[in-house]
Write a protein that binds this ligand. Structure first.
Ligand code: BG6
Length: 517
């Protein structure tokens, strides 16, 4: 089946020579181009401060970006030139309104050109009702730090770049605020120019293949849904572990920490997908309505609960993959007496009918032994009769959804070992997607950029989700600030966080699954 191409549109990337554009956006656009998912007359204008000619931009920024970060770099010889012809470079200071006036002229020219090419038979037309042929549809990607969002969108409006002739969309990256008040202020600035439906807040975890698969696994199989509740599920574990430290992001990370950097967004989004009720339809608004209900049902953590159920850690020196690595406090642009957490583990509850009483254990951290993201549902054990009585200590049933680096899903069951001794062993029904389908699943940004062009907001975070997530997280940071400063570092690089992270489960008679399984 031929790929479905979105409406014609232009994409303007602010921060067009920056890290995000080079590591993620250009490679994603390139792969969408190769796969035929870009609109026929699609053009990109990269906006940056660097003094580069168009030729220089294509040679110094674009080509190295694709060579280093594209999942398909081998075919550059054939594809680079036609792809690069769609990318333009515009140098300006994003605080200078005159730059926006010139940008408006460039966009108008590109749209006019596309419009005249658009009289050809193969060109998509806008879906806009009643507006005639080619529309000036525009996407503005703010690949810049959040403090620039407000000024950029204000300039877009004041210089007439929005409203566009057709539709307009703005894409923004995390961090979306530092707490609820700062997030609300950021949102106010964006909403002064764009409607909520036009704002696409990226959470790149939602673009990952297996995360998109969670809803399919849950709602397209008969046998999971009936047991997906507190009658059968003993507890849920979600781990996103990284072996890397903070690399060159020390100055951002030291002001954020693992709770804001990973839990407020990625981990809570995973919780919503695991815990949401079946939506009435697959419409983006309907799915997001169900997700936000989960966030609103999270049991708030008061200071005592934070003390008991939220563990924070910071790595000291240690070994990762056989190499000695320095402590967090010696990373670049990190305060030498930093109290920022690089690890957090927490036990939370969702107070609704489906999940009442089922703990969700979450953990994330840097400099852990493995790069792994997994969701584990451990089912309740059967009553102590028959095999559970005779053999004791049988393994529970678990469902593991592997997000990365392995993508797949397995179910652990108990079965008889062949032979005369009636030995019962755990076995796995295992589907490894990237072993079978190939390791080359599309990068999250490919899907996300494609969805922005199509106007499908399902995999983006709506404001009420962001708001509810901050409402849950803010009391944790408030409780931490009121507590005695932690004794950091409290885990060596290469360990699974501080010992208290293990105790969080052992005191409930449980354990984290990766270790020793
Ligand atoms: C980002 C965080 O959102 O996610 C980073 O800011 C983290 O600190 C990254 O390293 C992890 O993403 P992934 O896709 O590598 O798991």
């Amino acid at each position: 089946m031929a790929p479905q191409r979105p409406d014609n549109c232009l994409l303007v990337i602010f921060g067009g020579t920056g890290d995000l554009a080079r590591r993620k956006l250009y490679p994603a656009l390139y792969n969408l181009f190769i796969d035929g998912f870009l609109p026929h007359t699609f053009q990109v204008v990269a906006v940056g401060r660097r003094d580069l000619t168009l030729e220089g931009f294509r040679r110094e920024i674009l080509l190295p970006s694709l060579k280093t970060f594209s999942r398909r770099a081998a075919d550059l010889a054939t594809n680079f030139t036609p792809f690069a012809a769609r990318l333009h470079y515009f140098r300006t200071d994003i605080y200078d309104p005159r730059g926006y006036t010139d940008l408006a002229t460039i966009l108008a020219e590109l749209e006019q050109e596309a419009g005249s090419r658009g009289s050809g038979a193969d060109t998509c037309r806008s879906n806009h009702q009643g507006k005639g042929a080619f529309q000036g549809n525009r996407i503005f990607y703010l690949a810049v730090a959040p403090e620039h969002f407000g000024p950029v969108v204000r300039n877009l409006k004041e210089t007439g770049l929005v409203p566009a002739q057709g539709w307009q969309r703005v894409v923004i990256e995390k961090p979306f605020g530092h707490d609820l008040p700062s997030a609300a202020e950021l949102n106010r600035q964006l909403r002064a120019v764009f409607s909520e439906e036009e704002i696409y807040r990226i959470d790149h975890y939602l673009g990952k293949e297996m995360i998109q698969n969670i809803m399919v696994i849950r709602f397209a199989n008969t046998f999971f849904e009936p047991v997906w509740n507190n009658k059968y599920v003993d507890h849920v574990q979600i781990t996103t572990a990284e072996t890397v430290g903070v690399s060159d992001r020390g100055s951002y990370y030291d002001g954020a920490g693992a709770l804001r950097d990973m839990v407020q967004n990625h981990l809570l989004q995973l919780v919503t997908l695991v815990a949401m009720e079946p939506p009435a339809s697959l419409a983006p608004g309907v799915i997001r309505d169900e997700k936000v209900k989960v966030l609103r049902s999270l049991r708030p953590l008061d200071p005592a609960a934070v003390g008991a159920n939220v563990i924070r850690g910071q790595y000291g020196a240690g070994e990762i993959e056989g190499k000695v690595v320095p402590p967090y406090r010696q990373e670049r642009e990190v305060a030498p007496d930093s109290l920022t957490e690089t690890f957090v583990a927490l036990k939370i509850f969702i107070d609704n009918f489906r999940w009442a009483g089922v703990p969700f254990y979450l953990r994330t951290g840097k400099r852990l032994p493995d790069k792994v993201t997994e969701i584990i549902l451990q089912f309740k054990s059967l009553p102590d009769i028959l095999y559970f009585k005779e053999y004791g200590e049988l393994q529970p049933n678990v469902l593991v959804i592997r997000i990365q680096p392995l993508e797949g899903v397995y179910v652990q069951l108990n079965a008889k070992r062949p032979g005369n001794d009636n030995y019962i062993i755990p076995i796995r029904l295992d589907f490894c997607q990237n072993c079978e389908v190939g390791v080359n699943s599309p990068e999250a940004y490919e899907r996300l950029l494609y969805d922005v062009m199509r106007g499908d907001a399902t995999l983006f975070t709506r404001w009420d989700e962001v708001e509810a997530a901050w409402r849950f997280v803010d009391p944790i940071t408030a409780a931490w600030s009121a507590q005695e400063p932690p004794q950091f570092p409290n885990y060596a690089a290469g360990q699974w966080g501080p010992p208290t992270a293990q105790e969080l489960l052992t005191r409930d008679g449980r354990h984290w699954w990766q270790e020793g399984e």
